[in-house]
Design a protein. Structure first.
Length: 410
């Protein structure tokens, strides 16, 4: 019997533009290995950077918001499982999925804890110490409600797993830890990478539509790069990222050696050309794709504590963690000039990939969990009374607002 998975995407996956795009393709690959017939549906238009899903035998469908055509579509498709890409798509389509396909397993990929990111951003902008008043924002409430309404949610960070269970009281049965997944780095892979002496300059990379990335680049230019440049006058800072706006382009300065390089067609290539990655991220959540890229390509990094969150566990770092601009710059220069230290930190990065993000450590458990959930769905839902409560109350306003908009648009 054919198993069908419907993925409702927040956007089209762009693996070369964002870590979220790579994450989506990893999830699709896990389901393909279980022989699921997969359809990817989204309300958004396809960009030039969008991955061609048909090349991996994934069907695609354009769906409309606040339109009963989705009801007909999903009832006809009749999926065994529905994967919501971020809580916003669950808010938009979850009630329709539940009404039309009540026996379909509902999965949520949070990507990261959006409420945590929003709260940290608010604290930074107000120059305040992050606390509960920032964390308990409207986005957090919406996101946790969405987790309760789903049968299982994939959480990308151990830190966020702990926060959701201890601080918010979510039951572990509703959560599944699934970080970024990478193939094991072999000795042959390491030998093929460029050496210390063949690499030059600093790098940072990240989609500029992502607010933490823009803030980090601005902070880097104003507070950190002048300190590095004063000690390494011939070295350049290379800033890569998709969707650079005019305010990003204006940061380009040849004289200062701060170069906005824009979209990287091959993130691995530009990372391998660089000697040190800088990630002075001041707010955010989840795991940082730029650090995964740095480690797998043998590029040590200097990063903020926010950037490092959830990355290393008990493993040695692939660089240094610093939040103070002067100390951050000091470590960046030290790492850039010291080959023995650089090799030590590079090796630490390889170990982190192989020990903490190796796909082989997660794949079997994931398959077993999905299979168990499908078989035990009814009893699993009975244990989630809060989810039942939320279905009874919380989405009625969303549902009827959607129906009102649909009627208004006729």
């Amino acid at each position: 019997m054919t198993k069908r998975l419907l993925v409702i995407g927040f956007v089209w996956p762009e693996p070369k533009s964002s870590a979220a795009g790579s994450r989506m393709l990893q999830l699709i690959d896990l389901f393909k290995k279980q022989n699921y017939d997969i359809t990817f549906a989204t309300t958004t238009s396809k960009s030039d950077n969008a991955f061609d899903l048909t090349t991996i035998d994934v069907k695609t469908e354009h769906i409309k918001l606040n339109d009963s055509s989705f009801d007909i579509f999903i009832k006809t498709l009749n999926p065994d499982m529905v994967l919501f890409d971020r809580f916003m798509t669950e808010e938009q389509f979850g009630w329709r999925v539940r009404e039309q396909c009540p026996h379909a397993t509902r999965l949520l990929d949070t990507e990261d804890f959006h409420g945590l990111r929003k709260g940290r951003a608010e604290a930074v902008k107000k120059n305040e110490l992050f606390g509960l008043k920032h964390l308990y924002n409207d986005t957090t409430k919406r996101e946790i409600a969405s987790i309760y309404r789903c049968d299982m949610s994939f959480i990308i960070s151990e830190v966020e797993m702990e926060m959701l269970t201890k601080d918010f009281g979510l039951d572990n049965s509703l959560l599944f830890y699934l970080p970024f997944l990478a193939t094991m780095i072999s000795d042959n892979d390491i030998e093929a990478l460029p050496t210390f002496v063949s690499r030059h300059h600093f790098i940072t990379i990240g989609n500029f539509l992502h607010e933490p990335n823009y803030d980090a680049v601005l902070y880097l230019k104003k507070n950190i790069w002048p300190l590095i440049k004063a000690q390494l006058p011939k070295v350049e800072m290379h800033v890569y990222g998709a969707y650079e706006s005019q305010k990003i382009k204006q940061l380009h300065n040849e004289k200062e050696g701060f170069l906005i390089k824009g979209y990287a067609k091959d993130a691995d290539e530009v990372m391998q050309m660089s000697r040190v990655c800088l990630a002075p991220i001041r707010f955010g959540a989840g795991l940082k794709g730029k650090l995964i890229d740095a480690m797998k390509n043998g590029t040590p990094a200097v990063m903020s504590s926010i950037a490092a969150e959830g990355m290393f566990g008990e493993c040695d770092l692939n660089g240094f963690i610093q939040d103070h601009p002067e100390k951050f710059a000091e470590k960046a220069v030290y790492l850039y000039l010291n080959e023995a230290l650089w090799l030590e930190k590079q090796n630490g990065g390889f170990n982190v990939i192989n020990q903490r993000f190796n796909i082989a450590h997660f794949e079997i458990h994931f398959i077993e969990k999905i299979h168990w959930l499908k078989i035990n769905l009814e009893s699993h839902r009975l244990q989630n009374f809060t989810g039942q409560l939320l279905w009874y109350h919380s989405l009625q306003s969303t549902k009827y607002m959607s129906k009102w908009i649909e009627e208004k648009n006729k």
